[in-house]
Design a protein around this ligand. Structure first.
Ligand code: CAA
Length: 378
């Protein structure tokens, strides 16, 4: 770690310790998303970590950003997913594909945390097969009219802007993955409808909603780049997004390990602390080893990204490995706590629930394997 990375990591850790972790169980219970905490993340610059300084970002590399995101996830995964989606997807997609005018308009307030971003690709009937989407953008004079329903949108309700993919081909001339455009849509546009707020197993404080567009007009300057390339922009964005999810999984795992270590030192059975038993030592050693391996793979992928190398395979590997490690580590953490691991009063039950979705969102483990295999065959 460079001194700068250490400083950012420490800042994130301190913020998570003081402003996030003590309230995390309460937010989970109440389904409360702490918008005010996100505003503070914005003040710290954590919502523009990888944006260049000319757009009011911190201009950091991916490795440093992911270290900070891991720390925030160690505090609470719901806050981290909101921060991760904003940093990795809408801001990066606008930076990579936007016109100078779009970058000027959106990136500065997004970097400062005044505008919170969302990303919307999935639909009720197209998840893994994302190119099978149906929501339609129809070209009209001066812009586009959007219609259709999207699903599983983090930050889709109280967020301020969503980068969303819709079909730009026509029903008579379908072009598959090349018939999709990306649009920048402020959530206060007429015709933007927020649907059901999902009742989730974990990460319950983060907002996940369905959204719909009803005859929504967006002007031409809200189309991002080429109207046939939106799917490619989204998949490129997801390469970065998947690194973010891997960092989240490592943060959840690290928290579970720390709680387990503390509990195993304090809990006594058969006349001694349970950490003295070899069975417990083997568990803790396996948990710690998987976390280190996941973190190392994540940072191998981050280094490749920062060096400008192709990252799809490594990002998929990092997400696959780190999310499966998180399920392993949190399952073992519940076991370390025994009956106390199964009740809400203790923290590992929530970490177990929070971990599961890291194997699902931003591409399931099965999709990560598909991406890895395709890259191996290339
Ligand atoms: N970067 C750039 N381009 C890419 C790419 C990448 N990583 N991956 C594929 N492409 C290109 C391909 O090269 C191809 O272009 P060409 O024809 O010119 O070569 C084009 O994109 C289409 O690719 P495929 O033929 O591979 O497309 P496919 O339909 O077979 O799908 C897939 C590929 C990997 C399965 C993809 O659909 C996928 O990743 N599915 C999972 C979707 C996903 O992760 N959804 C998560 C939504 S976000 C979320 O979870 C909510 C949230 O808020 C957190």
């Amino acid at each position: 770690m460079t001194p700068e990375q250490q400083q950012i990591r420490d800042l994130a850790r301190e913020f998570a310790e003081n402003e996030i972790r003590p309230f995390s169980a309460e937010w989970d219970e109440a389904h409360h998303f702490p918008r005010e905490v996100v505003a503070k993340l914005g003040e710290l610059g954590f919502l523009g970590m990888v944006l260049p300084e000319e757009y009011d970002g911190l201009g950091l590399d991916s490795a440093t950003y992911l270290m900070a995101l891991e720390e925030i996830a160690r505090g609470d995964a719901s806050v981290a997913v909101s921060m991760g989606v904003h940093n990795s997807l809408p801001t990066q997609m606008i930076l990579a594909n936007g016109t100078p005018g779009q970058k000027e308009r959106w990136l500065k307030p997004m970097a400062r945390g005044e505008v919170l971003g969302a990303f919307s690709l999935s639909e009720p009937d197209s998840g893994s097969d994302a190119a099978g989407m149906l929501a339609q953008a129809r070209k009209v004079d001066g812009g586009w009219v959007l219609n259709g329903a999207k699903a599983w949108v983090t930050n889709g309700g109280f967020g301020d802007v969503v980068v969303t993919m819709l079909r730009t081909d026509t029903p008579d001339d379908r072009r598959g993955a090349k018939g999709i455009g990306a649009f920048i849509v402020p959530t206060n546009t007429e015709g933007y409808v927020v649907g059901r707020r999902e009742e989730k197993m974990g990460q319950r404080a983060s907002e996940t909603v369905g959204i719909a567009f009803h005859e929504m007009f967006v002007p031409d300057d809200q189309l991002l780049g080429d109207p046939s390339q939106g799917f490619i922009y989204a998949l490129k964005g997801l390469d970065a997004g998947r690194l973010g999810i891997a960092a989240l999984a490592v943060g959840i795992s690290q928290a579970a390990l720390e709680h387990s270590l503390a509990y195993a030192a304090e809990r006594r059975q058969f006349g001694k602390a349970i950490r003295e038993f070899e069975g417990m030592q083997f568990k803790l050693a396996n948990m710690a080893t998987r976390i280190e391996a996941a973190r190392a793979l994540l940072h191998r992928a981050a280094a490749a990204k920062d060096a400008g190398e192709p990252v799809a395979k490594l990002a998929a590997m990092a997400k696959l490995f780190a999310s499966e490690a998180a399920m392993y580590v949190t399952t073992e953490a519940v076991q370390v706590f025994g009956g106390y691991g199964y009740v809400r009063e203790y923290p590992v039950e929530k970490l177990f629930r929070d971990a599961k979705v890291t194997e699902i969102y931003e591409g399931t483990s099965e999709i990560q394997k598909l991406v890895i295999a395709r890259e191996l065959y290339r």
